[in-house]
Design a protein around this ligand. Structure first.
Ligand SMILES: Nc1ncnc2c1ncn2[C@@H]1O[C@H](COP(=O)(O)OP(=O)(O)OP(=O)(O)O)[C@@H](O)[C@H]1O
Length: 338
C-alpha cells in the first residue's frame, strides 16, 4: 500500500524568550496510507495540532524545525517554498478546524467563501461552473436546499451546518488528504454522529488524518491509531491492536475513558496529573512522572521503539524488560510498584 504522508524522524520545538529551543515533537515516525484513516490521539498539549500544522506548513513563527522529513508522495514538504505550499494547501491537502466560526468570514456568503477556494486553485473556471460545483459540494455534505443556502451568511447556519460547510470547503478541490483537527468536538452528539458518518465516506476518495483526544471518534472511523504523549509517538498500530491490546501505560490510561470497548479483565487505570509544560519535559521517558509502572531506567533514558506484530509499535522500556540485550539495565531495575 503506498504511503501518502510519511513522517521520518521529524523533530520541532519552540524558541523561548532566552533564545533557547525547547523540543516538542521528537523523532516523529508514522505514515498515512492512501485511502486510509489515521487517528492521532493524546491529551491536550501532546503536540497533535503541531503535527498537523507541520504537514500544512502553518507552524507558529516561534517554531523551529529541528530535523527529519515529512514526505508527501515521496517528496519532502519541509523543503518546499511558501509558493509551492500554497499550491498544495487546499488543493492536495486540506484541513478542517475545531471552531468553524473563527475560520469563516462573517461578512461573506457561504457560496462566495467556498467558491474562493476553487478560484485560487483553478483560476480559469467560469463563475457558473464554480456555482454549480459549490452547490453540488454542499449537497454532498448534507446541507438541505443548497441553491438558496449559497447566498446566506455564516450566522444563518447552525453549528453542525457550519462544520459541514467547512468540510465542503475543504473537499471542494478533492484533496488527497483531509486533516480533521477536533472537527467534531464542538458539536452536539447527534450532529457529531452525522459528521462522523460523512468523514467515513471520505475515505472512498482519499486519506484522512483525524486529530482528537477522543478515542471513541477514532474507533468509529480510523484504520490506524497513533498515540502521542508530550510530543512523542508512544504507540501506534492498527485500530484493533490499539483498542484490544494497548501496550503503553499511557495508551492503557486513555482506554479507561472508553471502558465499554475494553474487556473488564484488563488492567485499567485513569492517569492522574496532566501533560507537562514543554519546559518541564523529562530527559528520558516524558511519561515517567505519571507512569504507574515506571522503572529507574525510564527517568533519564529515552525508550527505544519496539516493533510488535503487524506494524504495532510501542516506545516503552517495559517492553524490553528481561531481554538479553538489556540485561545490564534490567538487572538493576525494580518496578516502582514492587
Ligand atoms: N506558539 C507556541 N510557543 C511555545 N510553545 C507552544 C506554542 N504552541 C504550542 N506550544 C506548546 O506545544 C504544546 C503542544 O501543543 P499542541 O497544540 O500541538 O497540542 P494538542 O495536542 O493539539 O493540544 P490541544 O488538543 O489542546 O489542541 C503545548 O502544550 C505548548 O506547550
Amino acid at each position: 500500500m503506498s504511503k501518502l504522508i510519511e513522517f521520518k524522524n521529524y523533530s520541532m520545538g519552540f524558541r523561548n524568550e532566552k533564545g533557547q529551543i525547547n523540543n516538542l515533537l521528537d523523532n516523529i515516525c508514522f505514515s498515512i496510507e492512501e485511502g486510509k484513516a489515521v487517528g492521532v490521539v493524546g491529551e491536550s498539549g501532546c503536540g497533535k495540532s503541531m503535527t498537523s500544522l507541520s504537514i500544512m506548513g502553518l507552524l507558529p513563527t516561534s517554531a523551529v524545525i529541528q530535523g527529519g522529513e515529512i514526505l508527501y508522495k515521496g517528496t519532502d514538504l519541509l523543503k518546499k517554498s511558501e509558493i509551492e505550499m500554497q499550491k498544495i494547501r487546499g488543493r492536495e491537502i486540506a484541513m478542517i478546524f475545531q471552531e468553524p466560526m473563527t475560520a469563516l468570514n462573517p461578512v461573506l456568503t457561504i457560496g462566495f467563501q467556498i467558491g474562493e477556494v476553487l478560484k485560487i486553485h483553478f483560476p480559469n473556471l467560469k463563475e457558473e461552473d464554480i456555482k454549480k460545483e459549490v452547490i453540488q459540494q454542499l449537497e454532498l455534505v448534507g446541507i438541505p436546499n443548497p441553491e438558496a443556502r449559497v447566498n446566506q451568511y455564516p450566522h444563518q447556519f447552525s453549528g453542525g451546518m457550519r462544520q459541514r460547510v467547512m468540510i465542503a470547503m475543504a473537499l471542494i478541490c478533492k484533496p488527497k488528504l483531509l486533516i480533521a483537527d477536533e472537527a467534531t468536538t464542538a458539536l452536539d452528539v447527534t450532529i457529531q454522529a452525522q459528521v462522523l458518518d460523512l468523514m467515513k465516506r471520505l475515505k472512498e476518495n482519499g486519506s484522512l488524518m483525524v486529530v482528537t483526544h477522543n478515542l471513541g471518534v477514532v474507533a468509529e472511523i480510523c484504520d490506524k491509531v497513533v498515540v502521542m504523549y508530550a510530543g512523542r509517538v508512544v504507540e501506534q498500530g492498527r485500530l484493533e491492536a490499539i483498542l484490544e491490546n494497548p501496550k503503553h501505560p499511557y495508551t492503557r490510561g486513555l482506554m479507561a475513558a472508553i471502558p465499554t470497548m475494553v474487556s473488564s479483565d484488563k488492567e485499567l487505570y485513569t492517569i492522574p496529573g496532566t501533560v507537562p509544560n514543554i519546559e518541564d519535559f523529562e530527559k528520558g521517558c516524558r511519561f515517567f512522572p505519571r507512569c504507574e509502572y515506571r522503572l529507574d531506567i525510564c527517568k533519564d533514558n529515552i525508550p527505544p521503539t519496539k516493533r510488535l506484530m503487524n506494524n504495532h509499535y510501542v516506545q516503552c522500556w517495559l517492553e524490553f524488560e528481561g531481554e538479553e540485550a538489556n540485561d545490564d539495565f534490567n538487572n538493576s531495575q525494580s518496578r516502582k510498584s514492587d
